[in-house]
Design a protein around this ligand. Structure first.
Ligand code: SPD
Length: 342
């Protein structure tokens, strides 16, 4: 056989043995709208593999699915507090740093925000901040405050995230409390705030609010900065507000489930994600900040000077990281069930 014929035969064997795609598959479970599809295609090409992507819209939904026995994922992207919960329950495995040389680019000053600063079992992916998306022409007198959620004239055109820590956290901030409080009296006050908000909202929604605010079905939505920025990039009439009372900030991290099949490929993917050119291309697409010291230098000036993505020091100081509350996680879950079922 000539060399070109042998090459064709080899490619045929990998891609098309008996009509089946025999490339190894990396099963990724990530938040929706949180990864540049071009980099997935590039990873597939560089590593002769397939990436199969599933999405979720809250930490609790993802956790419930995995806990209920969903298997087959090789990489998941929980927020740091959920990494801590999953680690304590033996749901994830240690990270082998020797397989991730690009871990050197992760900003050491950022790691204190995570619950695993030594990256034993997680590697930071992106950082998100939660605020309010609003329609500029329909709400000309908007103010950066969670109290906007009480506006009668917006009734039925507001959404809140379907996310217990985000909604209870915003209500706690409105009252001037920590969003990690375990004080029952403070939490009772927060529930009262949410009861008022609930009178005005159309629904709890963590996935389709982007489309809803873009189409003007909704005029005010609690949402994540990058998700809102993705809409703002196409629509000048949408704005993002970081409430003056304070807001949540989350480090969403990459973890490898305990039962992952493609452990080496998962490590390769984490390494790829933190290759500076890839990390920069990802940031440019999703409009979230990646704590990668070299990638930050590679993004365009327009993104770097965007205050919704690269927060000012003052804005950062108004944000509080969501923490694992141990036993009190149950209390939050109980309060949330009550709020949702009323
Ligand atoms: N498109 C969703 C992006 C996820 C952003 N982070 C979520 C943090 C929840 N606390």
């Amino acid at each position: 056989m000539k060399s070109w014929q042998m090459m064709l035969a080899a490619v045929g064997l990998v891609l098309c043995s008996c009509g089946r795609d025999t490339r190894p598959a990396l099963h990724v479970y990530n938040w929706s709208d949180y990864m540049n599809p071009d980099i997935l295609a590039q990873f597939e090409k560089e590593n002769t593999c397939r990436v199969v992507l599933d999405n979720y819209d809250s930490n609790e939904a993802m956790y419930a699915k995995i806990k209920a026995g969903a298997t087959g994922y090789d990489l998941i992207f929980p927020s740091s507090y959920m990494v801590s919960i999953m680690n304590q329950q033996g749901m994830i495995q240690p990270i082998d740093h020797s397989k991730i040389p690009n871990i050197q680019y992760i900003d050491p000053d950022f790691l204190h925000l995570t619950e695993d600063p030594e990256m034993h079992h997680s590697v930071p992916y992106m950082v998100s901040v939660t605020g309010l998306a609003y329609n500029k022409t329909r709400i000309p007198d908007a103010v950066a405050s969670w109290n906007m959620l009480n506006r009668e004239e917006l009734a039925g055109r507001i959404t809140l995230l379907d996310d217990m820590r985000e909604v209870i956290g915003a209500a706690l901030k409105t009252k001037g409390y920590s969003l990690n409080t375990t004080n029952e009296a403070e939490l009772t006050e927060a529930v009262e705030v949410i009861r008022e908000w609930k009178k005005h909202i159309a629904k709890f929604e963590a996935d389709e609010y982007q489309q809803g605010i873009a189409s003007e079905e909704f005029l005010l939505c609690q949402g994540y900065n990058g998700d809102v920025m993705q809409i703002m990039a196409e629509n000048d009439n949408i704005g993002f507000l970081l409430p003056k009372e304070g807001a949540s900030i989350s480090s969403d991290d990459m973890v490898i489930p305990a039962d992952a099949r493609e452990v080496d490929l998962a490590h390769q993917f984490i390494n790829f994600i933190h290759r500076p050119d890839i990390s920069a291309a990802n940031m440019e697409y999703v409009y979230y900040y990646s704590p990668n010291t070299e990638a930050v230098k590679l993004v365009g000036e327009e993104l770097r000077s965007n205050p919704t993505v690269f927060l000012s020091k003052e804005d950062m100081q108004r944000c509080e990281i969501i923490k694992d509350l141990g036993e009190s996680n149950r209390l939050y879950a109980r309060l949330w069930d009550g709020i949702k079922s009323e």
